[in-house]
Ligand binder design. Structure first.
Ligand code: SAM
Length: 243
């Protein structure tokens, strides 16, 4: 499996060392074993897992770009640690914090972090809206905020911007573009985010006959300190999105 992880990543332009692939494999094995008693992922086929969890999460590396020692990243709605754990394996100088509302998932992440010996990753239990309010230590404290498959974009900007430093970036990763995606521009503006880019990417399988996996990555810059009215109280971003 280790060679397969390296190959699947390489086909998609991601260079993974033997040691990093070993850690990714250890994480996958542990998650699939844990999944037999605690629901963490619907993807249990190892080939699908490598593509849809690892290659997919690591597609963010290009957007993240160069990392300086001590830079911080927060992964909102991390689930079982995606993309946070693969990113912390690939970027050991980056300090990764994963926020997750479901306690049993946080327990899994922290146990995986310990098992893998990752010293630059940790998970925090709580709702994004509650951890990032005015005066909270996590508010506007991270260089980069990310979220994969958590909520619609107007909701994601309200979850992520309050954690992002002024001058920092927010990256949101979503599945294939649908006509159902609501407009997000008004919400991004209200949350002091300026859009930098939008990319549609296609993850390729080893067999070129197999359908590619389409993903979208939205990138924003936090341009100004956030008004204390954001984030609104828990659940409001979902019930009454800004746009
Ligand atoms: N990012 C992971 C991935 O790509 O596999 C998990 C995606 S899962 C569909 C969404 C996760 O976001 C769930 O585990 C859920 O508990 C978490 N979540 C949703 N709203 C949240 C919030 N307001 N604060 C923290 N976590 C939240």
């Amino acid at each position: 499996m280790i060679e397969k992880i390296i190959r699947y990543c390489q086909i998609n332009g991601i260079t993974v060392s033997q040691e990093q692939a070993q850690l990714l494999n250890q994480y996958m094995t542990y998650m699939l074993e844990y999944n037999t008693h605690t629901n963490l992922t619907a993807i249990t086929d190892p080939d699908q897992f490598v593509m849809k969890h690892f290659v997919d999460s690591l597609a963010l590396l290009e957007e993240i770009g160069e990392i300086k020692a001590g830079m911080t990243l927060i992964d909102i709605g991390s689930g079982a640690g995606l993309p946070g754990i693969p990113l912390s394996i690939m970027l050991p100088e980056l300090q990764v914090t994963m926020v997750e509302a479901t306690n049993k998932k946080v327990t899994f992440i922290n146990s995986a972090v310990e098992k893998l010996g990752l010293t630059n990753a940790k998970a925090v239990w709580g709702r994004a809206e509650e951890l990032s309010g005015p005066g909270k230590p996590m508010r506007e404290a991270y260089d980069i905020s990310v979220g994969r498959a958590v909520a619609s974009l107007p909701v994601m900007v309200e979850y992520c911007s309050p954690f992002t430093k002024v001058g920092g970036r927010m990256l949101a990763m979503k599945g294939p573009k649908t006509d159902m995606e609501p407009p997000y521009e008004k919400a991004a503006k209200a949350l002091n985010l300026k859009q930098l880019s939008f990319k549609e990417i296609e993850l390729k399988w080893e067999d070129p006959q197999q359908d590619t996996i389409c993903r979208q990555i939205y990138s924003f810059r936090k341009v100004e300190k956030l008004s204390s009215k954001y984030p609104r109280k828990t659940g409001k971003a979902v019930k009454e999105p800004i746009c």
